[in-house]
Design a protein. Structure first.
Length: 85
C-alpha cells in the first residue's frame, strides 16, 4: 500500500479556494456582459444583471477565506510538530 504524498492531499482550505474561483469567474463574466451594452450603444441590462456582477467580490472573499483557513491549518500543524533543531 502506498501513502499519499502531502502535496497531493487536499488541504483544509482548498475547497473554499476552488469555489471562490468559480464564483469569481461567474461574476467576472457577468461584469463583462453588463458593461458591453455601454460600449455597443444598446439598452442596458436590468438591475439583476448588475447584482450578479457583485459575485466577483463575493468569490474573492470566499477564496481569501480558504487561503486563511489553509494558513491556519499549516500553522497548527507546524506548532504541533516537534522542531528539528
Amino acid at each position: 500500500m502506498t501513502a499519499t504524498p502531502p502535496a497531493a492531499a487536499a488541504a483544509p482550505g482548498d475547497g473554499l479556494v476552488r469555489a471562490g474561483a468559480i464564483v469569481f469567474i461567474v461574476g467576472a463574466v457577468a461584469t463583462l456582459v453588463t458593461v458591453a451594452p455601454l460600449f455597443l450603444g444598446t439598452e442596458p441590462f436590468p438591475t439583476v444583471a448588475y447584482l450578479v456582477s457583485m459575485l466577483m467580490g463575493v468569490g474573492f472573499l470566499v477564496a481569501a477565506a480558504g487561503v486563511m483557513r489553509s494558513i491556519a491549518a499549516q500553522r497548527r500543524q507546524a506548532g504541533s510538530s516537534p522542531s528539528a533543531l
